[in-house]
Design a protein around this ligand. Structure first.
Ligand code: PDD
Length: 289
């Protein structure tokens, strides 16, 4: 079965799904995006993703041509048409197709909405894959990282360097402090205390991060919200990163320095289990609707 994508009101075979060469997303990276996880055909924490999309759109002064409820119906339809069980749904909104390549916003141009799915394991990841190696690199991005911009060149280059060095993720740093992962939020554990940078303009407020922190609160686990240095990361007893596409990913080494005993730590495993249960609760909710 071929994958189906959604482009501006149409569900199309992925090979026929096209946008204009003058799409401002292509020309300027003028757009914002979301990636939501899917398990058993159900979107995980999708309303939090859609609300963040609304916030990103608002920041770039782009008005969604359809309301969020309708957008969520389109997402569900896309999952259904792809017979999708597990993976991610990518969604972006760009400022659309302009006649001229001019930087200023074009007038009377409709935004362009694109969605497609990626089938992959996010809940049922095998144990041997839950052992990520991380490389640190300077954070070369713009200063409004709270906006989920589709302009991702800095992350593309950093993640490629990490990949070429046998690593699964990059942790970017600024002034010697970790900001976040290339496509995830970074956490360390010192003894029993969880540490994660406060969300402001320097990092994306991850939807998975928000959910994990609620679970941390419910479980009365120790938590400190502050930046941590590269050196602290090396010395951590445990480390992990979070995103919609990996949930809670244990880190076993950072810049080839072994974290803890080189295996996923107990608190990290506990948090992954708690998050998995939280994610599964969306399946039950959907089935009860
Ligand atoms: N990235 N930080 C950055 C820079 C990200 O790109 C992402 C997600 C996150 C985690 O956010 P969330 O928990 O809402 O997924 C943090 C997505 C998965 C991506 O670009 O593929």
């Amino acid at each position: 079965m071929k994958d189906i994508a959604y482009v501006n009101g149409n569900f199309l075979d992925i090979n026929d799904a096209k946008v204009s060469v003058k799409d401002r997303g292509l020309l300027f990276g003028d757009g914002v995006y979301e990636v939501a996880g899917v398990i058993e055909g159900v979107l995980i924490d999708n309303w939090a993703h859609l609300r963040r999309l609304e916030r990103s759109l608002d920041y770039i002064s782009l008005e969604l041509p359809i309301d969020l409820k309708t957008l969520s119906e389109v997402q569900k339809e896309l999952i259904f048409r792809n017979n999708m069980k597990e993976g991610t749904l990518y969604l972006h909104v760009t400022r659309g197709e302009s006649q001229q390549r001019e930087f200023e916003f074009p007038k009377d141009v409709a935004p362009s909405i694109v969605m497609f799915v990626q089938h992959k394991k996010i809940l049922h990841i095998s144990q041997d894959k839950l052992r990520a190696k991380v490389m640190t690199l300077p954070d070369l991005r713009w200063k409004r990282r709270d906006i989920k911009s589709i302009a991702l060149l800095a992350q593309v280059l950093a993640k490629q360097t990490a990949h070429e060095n046998g690593c699964d993720e990059v942790w970017m740093y600024e002034d010697n402090f970790i900001t976040e992962g290339g496509s995830s939020n970074a956490f360390i554990i010192q003894k029993n205390k969880l540490i994660s940078r406060k969300t402001n303009e320097t990092i994306l407020s991850g939807i998975t991060r928000q959910a994990v922190l609620k679970l941390v609160e419910q479980e009365s686990l120790l938590f400190e919200e502050r930046p941590f240095s590269i050196e602290e990361a090396y010395q951590a007893s445990e480390a992990f990163y979070t995103s919609a596409s990996v949930f809670v990913m244990p880190v076993i080494s950072i810049d080839e320095k072994i974290i803890g005993d080189g295996n996923p730590g107990p608190l990290t495993i506990k948090l992954r289990n708690l998050y998995e249960n939280f994610a599964k609760s969306f399946i039950n909710q959907e089935n009860n609707e």
